[in-house]
Write a protein that binds this ligand. Structure first.
Ligand SMILES: Nc1nc2c(ncn2[C@@H]2O[C@H](COP(=O)(O)OP(=O)(O)OP(=O)(O)O)[C@@H](O)[C@H]2O)c(=O)[nH]1
Ligand SMILES: [Mg+2]
Length: 303
């Protein structure tokens, strides 16, 4: 049930936008206090626009995590970047996240140009301040210049340690208008559990396999069967080539076993119950170029 908002209650949508790997998903998880988006050191981890919901006494903040904006090399990449651009136009505020351990680069400036052309208000968020590189003064100056050219307010935080996040939360609430509860107060994401299960499997593949594999992978959840004692999940990992299937299965099935047992632990945390997980690997040539397969795996341009 969605309750009636008290007078003065604020609510709205906040788009988390930025280059790949700057920490957008880590930030959203910290803000909502639960792992709903997968994260990894591999760039281009996030593929779907994913909402994370934070409800406090005074406000409901709906964060929209987006795929990192980059130059797309295949149809999947194009769909992802298109969706991130749509997100910019459909939110009330954009939180433009940059990595404060590296100097402002062409990728950041490309996004800054996109944002400057939109009418959505922007806050520049400098993430990863828990790490302080030796040339931080130069780095700081590069982002200060970026912010002042557009008159964007700047805020610093660490999505990893949580430093600066209460201040970020307050600043975002200041930017919201009075509004209703869009979601029930105890909900943390708009995505069904099944989707997050698939993502948790994909996360382990990102963390455990070699570089050429992760981006060619899609996961489908084929069956979820709940019994009083255990939840039985059947899932398929789709790859593009036989060689990738070989890597995923590993010697004597060792890699698939490692992926399965790590993912099972994560899914158990998600559903707070015992899980039996069975994984299959299937070769689906060039799925990233195929509109039909992209749609089948849940990657489509969102209106
Ligand atoms: N030191 C440090 N590392 C961080 C911080 N936030 C995120 N990271 C790391 O940065 C890497 C990328 O994090 P993600 O949250 O997956 O980044 P993302 O922006 O969502 O990446 P894409 O989904 O690929 O666009 C991970 O290894 C995180 O652990 C932070 O505040 N400090
Ligand atoms: Mg992400």
């Amino acid at each position: 049930m969605v309750p009636q908002a008290p007078p003065g209650f604020k609510s709205g949508f906040i788009g988390i936008i930025g280059r790949p790997n700057v920490g957008k998903s880590t930030l959203m998880n910290q803000l909502v206090g639960q792992k709903i988006a997968i994260t990894s050191p591999v760039a281009q981890t996030t593929r779907n626009r994913l909402r994370g919901i934070l409800t406090t006494k005074e406000a409901q903040l709906i964060f929209v995590d987006t795929p990192g904006i980059h130059k797309p090399h295949h149809q999947l990449g194009e769909v992802l970047v298109k969706n991130a651009k749509i997100a910019i136009e459909s939110v009330d505020v954009v939180l433009f996240v940059v990595d404060a351990t590296t100097i402002c680069g062409a990728g950041d400036r490309y996004i800054a140009d996109l944002l400057a052309r939109s009418s959505t208000p922007v806050i520049l968020g400098l993430n990863k301040i828990d790490e302080q590189p030796s040339d931080f003064l130069k780095i700081d100056a590069s982002y200060a210049q970026l912010a002042s050219s557009q008159q964007w307010q700047t805020i610093k935080f660490s999505a990893k340690t949580g430093a600066g996040l209460p201040e970020l939360q307050q600043l975002l609430i200041q930017h919201l208008e009075p509004g209703p509860y869009y979601y029930p107060p105890d909900l943390v994401t708009d995505q069904p559990e099944r989707f997050i299960m698939g993502e948790l499997i994909r996360e382990q593949i990102l963390l455990l396999t070699r570089e050429e594999v992760p981006h060619s992978v899609a996961v489908s959840i084929d069956q979820v069967q709940e019994t009083p004692t255990v939840t039985r999940i059947l899932a398929t990992i789709h790859v593009e080539r036989d060689s990738q299937k070989g890597i995923l299965i590993g010697k004597g099935g060792s890699m698939l076993k490692a992926i399965g047992s790590a993912a099972r632990e994560q899914i158990q945390k998600l559903i707070a119950g015992k899980v039996y997980l069975e994984l299959f690997v299937k070769v689906q040539p060039k799925w990233r170029q195929s509109r039909i397969h992209l749609a089948e795996f849940g990657y489509r341009v969102e209106e």
